[in-house]
Ligand binder design. Structure first.
Ligand code: F3S
Ligand code: F3S
Length: 128
């Protein structure tokens, strides 16, 4: 089994996962990061640090993102020189490259966070 980075990472690229991986098997593309399926040692360190919950064990991927297992794997098959190189990092898998900009979603996440903080500040006894 291996871990997989799915769509929530696209155009977010928080990179917190990079610092956690003990074997440096997470590689950076232009719009997302990818986990090398043959280098990942399945340690689970990366999954909890991703703020947008983009990382899943491959057999726990939500059905609508199940194709990201192949996306991560095929990213490293695109060029044989990339397969074991330290940093493949140019371009993206075609599935990721074809996605519309995800920044709108990022703004939505930020908006929810702000509204959540505002809600926490409201005193229930003296509502605004
Ligand atoms: Fe992406 Fe999450 Fe890592 S947003 S870069 S998978 S911490
Ligand atoms: Fe690396 Fe462990 Fe995740 S090997 S990709 S931190 S599961």
């Amino acid at each position: 089994m291996t871990y997989v980075i799915a769509q929530p990472c696209v155009d977010i690229k928080d990179r917190a996962c990079l610092a956690e991986c003990p074997v440096d098997c997470i590689y950076e593309g232009v719009r997302t990061l990818y986990i090398h399926p043959y280098e990942c040692v399945d340690c689970h360190a990366c999954e909890p640090v991703c703020p947008v919950e983009a990382i899943f064990p491959e057999d726990e991927l939500p059905r609508h993102w199940a194709h990201y297992r192949a996306v991560n794997e095929e990213f490293f098959e695109a060029g044989s020189a990339q397969r074991r190189g330290p940093r493949p990092a140019q371009g993206d898998h075609p599935v990721v490259a074809a996605l519309p900009p995800q920044h709108v979603r990022k703004k939505e996440i930020a908006g929810f966070a702000v509204r959540g903080e505002e809600a926490a500040d409201v005193d229930p006894w003296f509502p605004l």
